[in-house]
Every structure is written in structure tokens, then in C-alpha cells.
Design a protein around this ligand. Structure first.
Ligand SMILES: Nc1ncnc2c1ncn2[C@@H]1O[C@H](COP(=O)(O)OP(=O)(O)O)[C@@H](O)[C@H]1O
Ligand SMILES: CC(=O)N[C@@H](CCC(=O)OP(=O)(O)O)C(=O)O
Length: 287
């Protein structure tokens, strides 16, 4: 490369860094909960990119917490085992056989894939589910959904211990009930409850669309609670987007400063959201 070109590259990098500096300072010590949905988990390279971003966040002083889903991976295993499954309002109807498969896939396979990817990028990740250290105690959501849980009591001390040890928690969305049951929790709902328990600065819900689309079909860069209620009532917000927006509203009520719904497959999605002026996806704040 010619010296002139090297200088130009260097100037561009320096400009990017100096622009990012105020944002890096703003997030020093911040808690950022990142929900990685099953549809946002791509190839091994995409997983490595995600892991690199999470490690970089930690290196600049942010406390990232990863909460993951894995719906498509659960579907694939249920298919192999010839177990039928259906969703009601974005939640899987979960019988006793299904909840075993859900735990096996989420805690056993998906969780460890993320932990390993972060560790390979030089981070120190520890995998948990909501059962560990009673992090997320659940109640049955609705008898019609079987073993689907709603977080009812959160004990986030274990996460603070991990932050103090420079460790990145990676959490599978399962919780224990008071009578020893295992509950399957929608990943978005779990991430929202964890973010609220931590009074997180940001909850990032990574998915496979650029953000929440409004009536015109365009992504809305900012949304208030009332707009979400209106778009849901009119059916513009539907399917898997319902638990996300529902989670966003509950998280904000629970003390999370802001929630962003964004495309996790876009390169450096989390870094662009946190460390640039324009951010990414749909930003949701209190009215
Ligand atoms: N108003 C909307 N804006 C954007 N996506 C929407 C909207 N309504 C429904 N969706 C659907 O929600 C999906 C995201 O939910 P889901 O597939 O459950 O994601 P994940 O697996 O990442 O949690 C989008 O791919 C889209 O098909
Ligand atoms: C109750 C319920 O629906 N649980 C989800 C848990 C996984 C999840 O939420 O995965 P995504 O984030 O990839 O959708 C399920 O069984 O699919």
C-alpha cells in the first residue's frame, strides 16, 4: 500500500475513533443486555462477529449480558424426534416431552455454542440458565400453554458477581418453578426480565428484520409506548414481533432506560447501535 493511502486509512480510522469516544465514555460501566434470537444466529462466521463485538464491549468497560433464544434449533430437534409443536401469540405450547427437548437444545447446544464463540474471541463467558442461582424463578403463564413460564422472582446477584470477575454471562431462557418444574420462557421475555432486574442501561433485541415496521412498511427509528399499543391493536405488529414489543414495554416499566429492536445479522449491529450517533433499528423509550 502507498504511504498516501496508508495515511488516508489512518485518518479515517482516527476520525471514526474520535467520533466513537463520547459514546464509549457514555457506556463505561453500563449494563447492556443483548437478546440473540434464533433467527439472528447465522453461520459460524456471523457468530464469531457477534462474539467479537461482545468481547470488544467488555474491553471498553461495558458489562454485556447475552440472553439467547433458539426457536429454529428447537424446531429442528422436535422434527427429528417427531414431536409436534405449535405457537400461540409467539409462545410455544410446551408439554412435558417438549420442555425436555427445549432444555437440552437451549442449555446444552445453543448456550455452549455462544459461550465457546465468545471465549474463542478472547472473552471469558460463563453459560447459565434462569435456574442457576435462582436467577429467574417462574410461574406458569397460562395452563393452555403447558410448561411455559413467566418470570416472577429475579435474583441477579450472580450476574453482578460475574461482572466483578470480568466475565460475560450467557443465559438460556429456562426457569424453575416453586414446585421444581422446568419452565420454557420466551427468550424476549427472559431478556426483558433480566434487563429489568439489572436496571440495565440498554436492552438490545437482535432479530432478523431491521426494526419495527409501521403502517407504511418502513422501519420506525423511534417508537413510544402508545404507538406500539396502536400498531399491535391494528395487527401491524404481529407474530414474533409481539413478544418483543411487549417485552420492550415491560422492561421500560421495570426501569430499563431504553430498548432497541435491530437486525442482529447486520455487521457490527451492537457496536453501531451503542457507539454511533445514528444508532440502529427501532429505539423504544417511555412516553
Ligand atoms: N411490524 C413488524 N415489524 C417487523 N417485523 C414484524 C412485524 N410484525 C411481525 N413481524 C415479524 O416478526 C419477526 C421477528 O420475530 P421472530 O421471528 O420471533 O424473531 P427471533 O427469532 O429473532 O426472536 C420478523 O421476521 C417479522 O416477520
Ligand atoms: C415459550 C417459548 O416460546 N419459548 C421459546 C424459547 C426459545 C426462543 O425464544 O427462541 P427465539 O428467540 O429464537 O424465538 C421456544 O420454545 O421457542
Amino acid at each position: 500500500m502507498k504511504k498516501q493511502d496508508m495515511n488516508r486509512d489512518w485518518i479515517a480510522t482516527a476520525r471514526t475513533l474520535s467520533q466513537a469516544l463520547p459514546y464509549l465514555q457514555r457506556y463505561t460501566g453500563a449494563i447492556v443486555v443483548i437478546k440473540l434470537g434464533g433467527h439472528a444466529m447465522g453461520s459460524d462466521e456471523a457468530m464469531d462477529d457477534f462474539a467479537r463485538d461482545v468481547v470488544l464491549m467488555r474491553q471498553v468497560g461495558v458489562n454485556p449480558v447475552v440472553v439467547h433464544g433458539g426457536g429454529p434449533m428447537i424446531n429442528a430437534m422436535l422434527d427429528k424426534l417427531d414431536i409436534q409443536s405449535e405457537f400461540v401469540n409467539g409462545k410455544r405450547v410446551t408439554d412435558a416431552a417438549t420442555v425436555e427437548v427445549v432444555e437440552m437444545v437451549l442449555s446444552g447446544v445453543v448456550n455452549k455454542r455462544i459461550v465457546q464463540a465468545i471465549n474463542r474471541q478472547g472473552g471469558k463467558a460463563v453459560g447459565l440458565s434462569g435456574k442457576d442461582a435462582n436467577l429467574m424463578v417462574c410461574e406458569q403463564t397460562n395452563p393452555d400453554l403447558g410448561f411455559v413460564g413467566t418470570p416472577s422472582e429475579m435474583n441477579p446477584d450472580v450476574l453482578h458477581d460475574l461482572f466483578a470477575n470480568d466475565t460475560i454471562p450467557v443465559i438460556a431462557p429456562l426457569g424453575a418453578g416453586k414446585d421444581g418444574e422446568t419452565f420454557n420462557v420466551n427468550g424476549d421475555n427472559a431478556a426483558g426480565a433480566i434487563a429489568a432486574a439489572l436496571k440495565a442501561d440498554r436492552l438490545l433485541l437482535l432479530t432478523d428484520v431491521a426494526g419495527v415496521k409501521g403502517t407504511s412498511g418502513d422501519v420506525m427509528t423511534e417508537l413510544k409506548a402508545q404507538q406500539i399499543r396502536d400498531l399491535t391493536a391494528s395487527g401491524v405488529i404481529a407474530g414474533g414481533m409481539i413478544p418483543k414489543t411487549e417485552t420492550a414495554l415491560n422492561a421500560i416499566d421495570g426501569g430499563v432506560r431504553a430498548v432497541v429492536i435491530l437486525d442482529g445479522r447486520a455487521p457490527n449491529a451492537c457496536l453501531l447501535e451503542l457507539f454511533t450517533e445514528h444508532g440502529a433499528g427501532s429505539l423504544i423509550r417511555a412516553d
